[in-house]
Design a protein around this ligand. Sequence first.
Ligand SMILES: Cc1cc2nc3c(=O)[nH]c(=O)nc-3n(C[C@H](O)[C@H](O)[C@H](O)COP(=O)(O)OP(=O)(O)OC[C@H]3O[C@@H](n4cnc5c(N)ncnc54)[C@H](O)[C@@H]3O)c2cc1C
Length: 328
Amino acid sequence: MILVFVETDLEGAATEVSLEAVTFARDLSAAGNGVPVDAVVVGDVSDDLRTELAAYGVRTVHRVTGDDVAAYSGAGWGSALQTVLQAAGSVVLLAAGTDRGNELMAHVAARSGASMAANVLSFSGLSPFVVTRQVVGGAAMEEMNLHQRPAVFTVAGHAVEAKPADVSGAGELVEHTPSIAAEDLVARVVSTAQPEADESGALTSAKIVVGAGRGVGGAEKFDDVLELTELLGAALGVSRVVTSAGWRPHHEQVGQTGSRISPDLYIPCGISGAIQHWAGCSSAKTILAINSDAEAPMVTRATYAVIGDLHEIVPAINEELRKRGYGS
Ligand SMILES: Cc1cc2nc3c(=O)[nH]c(=O)nc-3n(C[C@H](O)[C@H](O)[C@H](O)COP(=O)(O)OP(=O)(O)OC[C@H]3O[C@@H](n4cnc5c(N)ncnc54)[C@H](O)[C@@H]3O)c2cc1C
């Protein structure tokens, strides 16, 4: 049996990336003679969630409850998942490649003495079980042989499309209330704050998008680019290098694993135009690339390009825009 850790949102629905992980598990099941796919959820499981997961081909939902898991703790929830894994007799455990998914899978793998593969994109065989995963922030791929059991891994966000299996009804519900050792509850969440506003909707519908990539040079060097964004009444879209480095939030990312944009004008500053970024911006009607490298793929594909240091070019554009009354 294949067990998928499913995360839920504030409304108790399965997150998109968890449904992608379930879809990945189903593909794995199909390649392995249809072994069942089960889900494990910590906390509330509504009838709607059971129906939704069943529609994605989940046979049984394992619900983990109890005071010990009421608040999130990596070690505590990891211990609970390992208990479910053993009780259910599963040989594969996977989750979406979120911070929480990666943390929990690492805990279970360490407890089981198994390896863990983070951010898996695909599998190429079952015996041996070989997965391809992205490493170095998505800049390189690695093949990894998960020969130990349980095989534990996470699925990279948007590596597969979430697709229902067209099954109706609700799956079986199995309750688990594992007791967690006190030492596993030492580090646990004691309060939560309002999440940062997700403005990706504004990005996908924006008529003008200013892009920013590694070429900006650091989180503290965005002033010029942000000013250009403001002067044009544009939205800011960034490359994955920028979000991986923590310079800007993930909801601003454009590309295969970010938002797809189709503005009238896209101004990528210091973005090379890797295929995964291009996947998200190729529908822009006009592209004005600003880059120091005249051979960068973004430059060669752009409608217009300005070659040079963006920290000289962008302030010059801003000054000209201000002279022409933009932003006032
Ligand atoms: C599965 C997978 C999914 C991915 N998904 C995405 C995705 O959704 N979005 C995404 O963006 N990437 C994604 N990537 C990563 C992608 O492959 C690239 O690594 C990334 O897009 C590169 O970002 P960048 O252009 O900012 O950096 P780089 O490729 O390093 O390019 C930096 C550019 O800045 C220029 N530059 C440097 N200094 C200056 C300066 N002072 N002035 C002007 N120009 C300058 C350089 O000439 C260069 O062209 C994904 C990768 C994988 C494997």
